[in-house]
Write a protein that binds this ligand. Sequence first.
Ligand SMILES: Nc1ncnc2c1ncn2[C@@H]1O[C@H](COP(=O)(O)O)[C@@H](O)[C@H]1O
Length: 193
Amino acid sequence: MSVAAVAVFCGSRFGTRPAFLAAAREMGTGLGEAGMRLVYGGGDVGLMGAVADATLLAGGQVSGVIPTFLQSREVMHAGVDDLTVTDSMHSRKQLMFARADAFVVLPGGLGTFDETMEIVTWRQLKLHDKPIFIVNVAGWADAMLAMLDAAVHDGFAETSALALFEVVPDVATVMARLTATPRQPTTEDVSRL
Ligand SMILES: Nc1ncnc2c1ncn2[C@@H]1O[C@H](COP(=O)(O)O)[C@@H](O)[C@H]1O
């Protein structure tokens, strides 16, 4: 069975290039059409909102997880099937992790970098073994990937750290990989965080 639920990390802004919004919409449409549930940050802003809107438009299911203090800043999405309000950023991230079988990173800013590094380092610590895909739309992730390469070059990470995630060029490729990826167990992972 392929993955059932996919957490998407991406920007709360649209970014400057049209390719970013196009990728977010394509991602949401792909998940909806594939019958995979979107797990995301629960906001109705930027690329986050665009992924959720496109998933819903394609007939898909959406789980949003938003902390109380961001409810107004990220404009909690009123249209999602299942919206959970958490008491902290940490519990938001933990719940998103628990609900997802795989992680997809689309273009974004500091929050997206934080979420990406956390889920990668949790895998490095063997707290989970769920697949992580970084979609390098229009090269937006080049600088982040260069930083990781530098960590290996400078002796702060093993070369094997670069295999904790997979870099794909576009949404079509990540959808093909998600479809081919068997579902991983979820509950045991959560209890160790
Ligand atoms: N420090 C943060 N840790 C986790 N998540 C964060 C943090 N700062 C912002 N976020 C969330 O990430 C997404 C995207 O943020 P961008 O900065 O636009 O990439 C958003 O839901 C933030 O709440």
